[in-house]
Design a protein around this ligand. Structure first.
Ligand SMILES: Nc1ncnc2c1ncn2[C@@H]1O[C@H](COP(=O)(O)OP(=O)(O)OP(=O)(O)O)[C@@H](O)[C@H]1O
Length: 242
């Protein structure tokens, strides 16, 4: 499989702290690549650097579909097909649910009116967000539905590569099953997925390969079952074999 995303020597420091340190790896088109690692190991910062939301890298290259994007604007990156979600539910609280989706679609794709509504409906159906909630203020939605809305908003922007940052955090078991099933469904529509997750059974169930970070560096990358048996991964993250 050809690489859809190639990252080379990506680095970001906050003062003396090197949050992402010379990270290099490639993502194959069509795969789900899981990303694990202890708190503070640089996973979310890596997503920031790829999407440039809210900031880019100090140095290193990000190549998406053969084009350098590490100095492109966040909007250009989104328009090229790289869309991220956030660990915390990130919705515009004062807007209705449908307007959350429509604002993002207009911002990223420059599409309004009936075509934007069609994309919103299609994305809502795909992730299972109930369309009868569309006109409710996003702020009134329980956490699970805010997460669904955040995902529907991402999907409506027609991602080729979706960066999912802990989609299962603060969810209960049957909701985590929705996350798993939806990730698989989205991947089957052709979307390549990078998935940061602490819920290990979920990560293991959906990832074709697993990348593990520790203190800003990649310490393992490969077959999930093999990676989780590596001594350094057990010591840095798992505590004990899974
Ligand atoms: N904007 C920032 N300013 C200063 N330090 C930051 C900033 N963002 C992240 N950091 C630091 O960079 C390091 C990596 O943080 P990051 O959020 O990427 O880790 P993470 O692996 O996603 O952690 P978690 O699993 O807890 O979400 C941490 O030490 C964090 O405190």
């Amino acid at each position: 499989m050809p690489a859809i995303l190639e990252i080379d020597g990506l680095t970001k420091s906050f003062g003396a702290l090197v949050a992402v340190n010379q990270v290099s790896f490639a993502v194959e088109k069509g795969e789900i690549l899981g990303i694990a690692g202890p708190n503070g190991s640089g996973k979310s910062t890596l997503f920031n650097l790829i999407s440039r939301i809210p900031f880019g890298s100090d140095s290193g290259r990000v190549v998406f579909e053969g084009r350098r994007i590490e100095r492109a604007s966040d909007n250009q990156i989104a328009r090229s097909g790289v869309i991220r979600t956030f660990q915390r539910e990130a919705v515009f609280a004062s807007l209705s649910c449908i307007d959350n989706i429509l604002v993002a679609v207009e911002q990223t794709l420059g599409v309004r009116g009936k075509e934007a509504e069609r994309l919103a409906d299609e994305a809502s159906d795909l992730v299972g967000f109930p369309k009868n909630f569309h006109n409710m203020p996003a702020v009134t939605m329980p956490v699970f539905y805010q997460k669904q809305l955040m995902l529907a908003t991402a999907v409506a922007q027609k991602p080729k590569l979706l960066l999912l940052d802990e989609p299962a955090s603060s969810l209960v078991e049957n909701e985590v099953e929705w996350v798993r099933d939806t990730i698989i469904k989205l991947n089957q529509t052709g979307i390549t997925i990078l998935l940061i997750e602490h819920v290990l059974p979920l990560l293991m169930a959906v990832s074709r390969r697993l990348l593990v970070m520790e203190q800003g560096s990649v310490i393992a990358l490969g077959n999930p079952a093999e990676v989780t048996r590596e001594k350094q991964v057990i010591e840095a993250y798992l505590g004990q074999p899974v």
